[in-house]
Write a protein that binds this ligand. Structure first.
Ligand SMILES: NC(=O)c1ccc[n+]([C@@H]2O[C@H](COP(=O)([O-])OP(=O)(O)OC[C@H]3O[C@@H](n4cnc5c(N)ncnc54)[C@H](O)[C@@H]3O)[C@@H](O)[C@H]2O)c1
Length: 251
């Protein structure tokens, strides 16, 4: 069953991990997909995979910390496919593992620029493109968006910000038929999770999983299923929400 037939979707961070899995799922559901990322080769490989499966997609280079890139991304989507219905603002980077006083000012600013300002930059342009006809936006937060993340305070602050931005904008744009929600992944098997596990003291990743209900990491495809549902008409009564997808880590 194609839930997104005829829709046009942007996926930032679409080259890898949760974004890649979602771009592929969107395309299988009938959407035309803009795979937006700063990692060109990997993103083009996702476009090629979608096309091999008979879908329609395009690559767009974007560094979400640059507002002009985000403006160009939305413009390119509308120019190529005629409209914009769905946006998954998912690009993000992991934080440095250190005490707050050692996070570093430059690091703090970079994390906020990518993880929070990046979502804002994308949303401003997406909302303008969707206002006439409505749409659905999903932003990627994290379990670190709803509770403290010791030794990752910049990252946690950025993800708390994503939830505040999601809820506030959702309350403004419901009247335009635009539903805005967030997802809060726990540990999902991606390059980022691997990078974090390597940077953390030994045993940290295992302890996190042991503290969850399902006691295993999630697959990117499991997160993609939630995003797909949120973006589809099946979630027509869901707005301003943030959904945990964390194997029960925060239960
Ligand atoms: N994997 C996890 O355990 C986990 C947990 C909670 C939240 N998240 C969030 O999920 C999102 C996706 O992460 P993932 O785990 O799939 O990671 P990933 O490293 O597999 O993929 C991230 C993608 O984002 C792209 N990207 C990074 N910075 C960018 C920028 N400035 N502009 C454009 N693209 C950029 C990367 O090139 C990459 O393709 C992130 O926002 C992350 O914070 C992940």
């Amino acid at each position: 069953m194609s839930d997104l037939q005829g829709r046009v979707a942007i996926v930032t961070g679409g080259a890898a991990g949760i974004g890649r899995a979602t771009a592929l799922l969107f395309a299988r559901a009938g959407a035309r997909v803009v795979v937006a990322d700063r990692a060109e080769e990997a993103a083009r490989a996702v476009v090629a995979e979608i096309e091999r499966e008979g879908g329609e997609a395009m690559f767009q280079h974007v560094d979400v910390s640059r507002e002009e890139d985000c403006a160009a991304m939305v413009k390119a989507a509308v120019e190529r496919f005629g409209r914009l219905d769905i946006a998954f603002n998912n690009a993000g980077m992991p934080g440095r593992v250190s005490k707050t006083e050692d996070q570093g000012f430059a690091h703090w600013h970079r994390i906020i620029d990518v993880n929070l300002n990046g979502v804002f930059h994308c949303m401003v342009h997406e909302l303008r493109a969707m206002k006439e006809h409505g749409g659905s936006i999903v932003n990627t937060a994290s379990v670190a968006g709803v509770r403290g993340a010791p030794f990752s305070s910049a990252y946690a602050a950025s993800k708390h910000g994503v939830i505040g931005l999601t809820r506030s904008a959702a309350r403004e744009y419901g009247r335009y038929g635009i539903r805005i929600n967030a997802i809060c992944p726990g540990v999902v098997k991606t390059a980022m999770a691997e990078e974090l596990a390597t940077a953390s003291p030994p045993g940290t990743a295992d302890a996190l999983l042991a503290a969850s209900i399902l006691r295993r990491p999630g697959e990117p495809e499991e997160a993609a299923e939630l995003v797909m549902w949120l973006c589809s008409d099946k979630a027509s009564f869901v707005a301003g929400a943030h959904y945990m997808i964390d194997g029960g880590l925060t239960a």
